[in-house]
Design a protein around this ligand. Structure first.
Ligand code: 0WE
Length: 258
């Protein structure tokens, strides 16, 4: 029994078993939520099929490449035809072309900038717009997205993703103001670094993990379960008075002065 028990939620951004969106999906499923999960393309669908089979309730799997308006329209067309509406949305999609995460920031191309902000920030606005009417039928809802402190501070190689996360966090505040009148809350979890598949292969990533472990108040790194528990709080009624916020799930890294 929990806050999201009997609720219906859409989770976007599960790419593999190490995705933070997957950690949230597992926890929401265990808590009794009915889930809709999206996959970006047919190659990733096979992955998601295997993961979905491990959940206690079979989720609905739908295609959605968040950079395509047609995909987002088709997703919400499908969900509108189902009548039960939507109680929550989890957005965990992010992408920047690999070269933009290794070359000097001044080398960021117009195309890499466009892709990073489109996939990682604009997609939240488009998905929130689609989800809002379905949430209104349920008397309100909760939207949670995933961010990183690179929005505010410089981390080596995070580069244009930092710019995208700044846009994402600002979008959270504007969406919270816009959708608050409909009883829809919008918040973001700023997670400490986790060795997801997206992060592996980033040069210097284990160095970042080590700096976090050394400096964080709790002297450890965080994992998917830390993020998932905070997500349950933000998705459920316990956080009913919170919107437009950035919650740091970083073992206390950000508050340390040295
Ligand atoms: O937001 C992220 C990762 C996002 C990400 C990762 C990749 C790798 C593969 C976006 N796009 C891509 N594109 C690829 O081709 N994080 C918070 C994790 C992360 O990524 C970093 C970090 C941290 C922390 C990249 C450089 C430096 C630090």
């Amino acid at each position: 029994m929990s806050d999201v028990q009997g609720r219906t939620g859409l989770i976007v951004g599960v790419a593999n078993k190490r995705s933070l969106a997957w950690a949230i999906a597992q926890r929401a499923d265990a808590a009794g939520a009915q889930l809709v999960l999206t996959y970006q393309n047919e190659r990733l669908k096979e992955n998601l099929d295997e993961l979905a089979a491990t959940l206690s309730r079979p989720p609905l799997l739908l295609p959605c490449d968040v950079s395509r308006d047609e995909d987002i329209a088709a997703l919400f067309d499908h969900l509108s035809g189902r009548s039960e509406g939507l109680d929550f949305l989890v957005h965990g999609a992010a992408f920047a072309p690999r070269e933009a995460l290794s070359a000097p920031f001044t080398q960021t191309s117009r195309e890499a900038f466009r892709i990073a902000l489109d996939v990682s920030a604009y997609s939240l606005i488009a998905l929130a717009r689609g989800a809002a009417p379905l949430m209104v039928t349920r008397g309100g809802g909760s939207i949670v997205t995933l961010s990183y402190l690179g929005s505010d501070r410089v981390f080596p190689n995070y580069n244009v993703m930092g710019v995208a996360k700044a846009a994402l966090e600002s979008s959270v505040r504007y969406l919270a103001a816009d959708l608050g009148t409909q009883g829809i809350r919008v918040n973001t979890i700023s997670a400490g670094p986790v060795k997801t598949l997206a992060a592996s292969g980033i040069s210097g990533f284990s160095g970042i993990l080590q700096v976090y472990r050394d400096r964080a108040a709790l002297k450890r790194n965080i994992d998917g379960s830390d993020v998932a528990d905070t997500a349950m709080f933000l998705l459920g009624p316990a956080s009913r008075g919170i919107t437009g916020e950035v919650l740091y799930v970083d073992a206390g890294y950000r508050v340390m002065g040295m």
